[in-house]
Design a protein around this ligand. Sequence first.
Ligand code: BMP
Length: 259
Amino acid sequence: MSLFREKLEKCARENESRVVLALDLSLPAGEKNFKRKLLKRARWVLSEVIENVVGVKVNFQLLLPLGLFDGLQSLIRDASGYGLPLIADFKLNDVEHTNEWASRHLFDAGFDALIANPFVGWRGGLETVFGVAKKSGKGVILLVYMSHPGANEGYGQRVVGEDGTISFQYEVFAERAKSWGADGVVVGATQPKVVERVYRIVGGKIPIFSPGIGVQGGSVSEAFKAGTAYAIVGRSIYESEDPRKAAAEIKEKINEIIK
Ligand code: BMP
């Protein structure tokens, strides 16, 4: 098991939480001192939810304005000081040498895991990313079925295997998550039937991370009953007037379902 998985499971036990905070705060670049305000707000939200979450996911909303080795460093230090695993969500989706440098920079900057898109394939695609991650105990989480309506156009299409069998693209990706040694898979909470199917394929051995709860319409109870291990939640927490309370409520709701 990767150090990332160990850290995540330890945190889940200690905080009794299955909520990964998606810290997608954003501000327009034209606003005075927007970088400083953005970082201050992000650090505050994080400090409010520490004991109610199991990890933090960072996306382009913070990376682009703040910079990986600049402003983001103080947030990364905060998360690490709180013992919270940090997931880089830039959905790596390129050829080998680009993916390799992106993953090396993300891991060197302090991220514990990253999310990648299996559409890019293994050879010349994600093989190197898994190699870089394994060497340093970091995690790779694969997108298996996204939470938005158009996900069915790619992840939900029917594909013909080399032996002529027809399956859904996401079923193939769930199988690949097993054979490639992924540390997690993303399946939208908006698709509980897909969560259930993927759970059967990965045999409960690879945790399912489900975004799409709350604003996107996914249900906590349907997702967790179907096999979700961790909910990824953004706006319902950081847009709330009281992020601490919002995170605590989602955590308790999940704990009621999985107890
Ligand atoms: P929110 O709870 O505000 O809808 O945020 C969901 C988070 O999960 C966002 O960071 C988004 O980029 C991410 N996400 C998603 O919504 N659906 C996916 O299929 C995969 C994601 O990473």
